[in-house]
Design a protein around this ligand. Structure first.
Ligand SMILES: Cc1cc2nc3c(=O)[nH]c(=O)nc-3n(C[C@H](O)[C@H](O)[C@H](O)COP(=O)(O)OP(=O)(O)OC[C@H]3O[C@@H](n4cnc5c(N)ncnc54)[C@H](O)[C@@H]3O)c2cc1C
Length: 465
């Protein structure tokens, strides 16, 4: 099938790359516009498509988890990002960890070599500058001028006009605004040769047999000293974002410490399921390091997103047993993250309520995380394809992980917050849960129903052209 008008996808991140690929595979001509190469964002460091800005993990891929189910469904739907991720894996226990360079190179090559995709390197500053149909997949760090243009477009006609940087620079978390904001932070990366393996050791939680993580063990007293040092370190907090909330699953370590000295020990520093391979002892707390690249020359600090000043980070993190002489290849940092109030502003297929040919995809729609953003890019490609083919849009069944995620960002609600896939988003099966065993059974039933519904949807929608 050949589409006469090209489709414009703005943003060559995770959602944009997946969306462009899916559309091209369905016979459409696609122009993918990416600004990196001309202008970067505060978090990206390369011009590669689908660059991962922080962790190198796409999250759990176990069969019995909600993120695992999302991946199972994405595989059925032929996700390019998932395929490339699986071809770029590094050891990461039950998670889908990737070598970020290998991964981004593979996506860049696949897109650049696709006969129906043309890549343009430029900054889109105004929605009016792009022909329709368009998919905006510019992510949480959308260029400021385009963000303003989107805001002006989405503003209700009766809203008071605001202009200039204030229009998007003001931190607004209220349910009535077009845009909502929160913080996202980045964790440091360490040169493996500078980790003292006489102190640190390889092990996985609950001995799953892979030994993929390096663990830096804490005794009780050094743990509390470390927590105190985090408390006292200088923090970078841009004034304009003072009232902006953090997203729970990407919370800086010092914000966790502010909640209580033991909070990290119940979070990323939990010693649960970890035993020293030589002594068999369980440490009081641990810092886990995950392999960063295929060559295993660098490791990142799991859950150690931070907004500490650079100098203080080095000092504080070198208090971690085994990291006394650590060399940091990249230090942690913090960035504002922006998303649209999708339930108010977008249609059920994620197009603007004011412009049926203007679609949004990825994190900007209010999903959170690399893979969830990817999946929204994939869905939007299918919606747009159905629209352009002149037939009714085939919505993913509500029981599936895709349907549940979409429902979470389109169903009207008072307090809209970014979310990633979790069991709470799936429909509740008709069964009573009284204890943990029942809850596990309920989840099994949810996954079974989801798999059956997705299998049916795929067979009904495949080959429609
Ligand atoms: C600092 C930070 C850390 C994060 N850490 C994690 C993490 O560890 N794990 C996780 O799962 N998620 C993380 N996220 C959340 C999120 O999942 C990622 O940001 C993800 O990349 C979102 O995918 P996306 O495709 O929507 O946006 P992106 O991958 O950011 O892609 C958007 C693309 O649009 C381009 N662009 C922006 N504006 C324009 C314009 N005007 N014209 C042309 N191109 C433009 C950008 O250069 C970029 O390439 C983090 C987010 C931030 C901000």
């Amino acid at each position: 099938m050949t589409q006469e008008r090209p489709i414009y996808v703005v943003g060559g991140g995770l959602a944009g790359s997946e969306c462009a690929w899916q559309l091209a595979e369905r016979g459409h001509s696609v122009v993918l516009i990416e600004m990196r190469g001309v202008q970067s964002t505060p978090a990206h460091t390369t011009d590669r498509l689908a660059e991962l800005v922080c962790s190198n993990s796409f999250g759990s891929q176990t069969d019995y988890s909600a993120p695992g189910q999302l991946k199972w469904e994405a595989e059925k739907l032929g996700s390019l990002i998932l395929k490339a991720a699986r071809e770029s894996t590094i050891p990461a226990g039950m998670a889908l960890g990737v070598d970020r360079v290998v991964f981004a190179n593979s996506i860049t090559e696949a897109i650049a070599n696709h006969p129906r995709i043309r890549i343009e390197r430029r900054v889109v500053r105004d929605l009016a500058d792009i022909p329709r149909p368009t998919v905006i997949a510019t992510g949480p760090l959308t260029d400021q001028s385009l963000a303003e243009s989107i805001r002006n477009h989405l503003r209700d006609d009766g809203d008071a006009a605001t202009s200039g940087a204030d229009a998007v620079g003001t931190a607004t978390a209220g349910a009535e605004s077009e845009f909502l904001y929160f913080f996202d932070a980045i964790a440091p990366i360490i040169d493996v040769d500078t980790i003292n393996m006489d102190i640190a050791f390889k092990a996985d939680r609950f001995d799953n047999g892979t030994n993929d993580y390096i663990n830096c063990p804490f005794d009780k007293e050094p743990y509390f000293k470390f927590i105190e040092a985090i408390k006292n370190a200088r923090k970078i907090e841009p004034k304009e974002f003072e009232n902006v909330p953090y997203f729970e699953s990407c919370m800086p370590i010092e914000v966790m410490v502010d909640r209580g000295p033991l909070t990290p020990r119940f979070g990323p520093m939990s010693p649960n399921g970890i035993r020293h391979p030589k002594t068999g002892e369980k440490p009081y707390a641990v810092v886990q390091l995950r392999q960063e690249n295929r060559e295993a020359t660098s490791y990142n600090m799991v859950g150690f997103q931070t907004k500490m000043a650079y100098g203080d980070q080095k000092e504080v993190f070198r208090m971690i047993p085994g990291l006394e002489n650590a060399e940091f290849l990249k230090l942690g940092s913090i960035h504002r993250n922006m998303y649209i109030h999708s339930p108010r502003k977008l249609s059920p297929v994620l197009s603007s309520k004011k412009d049926a040919e203007l679609f949004f995809a990825g994190q900007i729609t209010g999903v959170e995380g690399y893979f969830d953003s990817t999946c929204i890019g994939l869905l939007v490609a299918r919606f747009l394809h159905d629209r352009l083919s002149g037939r009714e849009v085939a919505m993913p069944p509500r029981e599936t992980a895709f349907g549940s995620l979409l429902n979470a960002i389109t169903e009207p609600k008072k307090h809209f917050q970014p979310t990633n896939i979790n069991f709470g988003l799936f429909p509740v099966p008709d069964m009573k849960t009284r204890n943990q065993k029942d809850r596990e059974l309920k989840r099994e039933v949810q996954l079974e129903i989801a798999k059956a519904a997705m299998t049916k949807w795929v067979s009904e929608t495949t080959g429609l052209g």
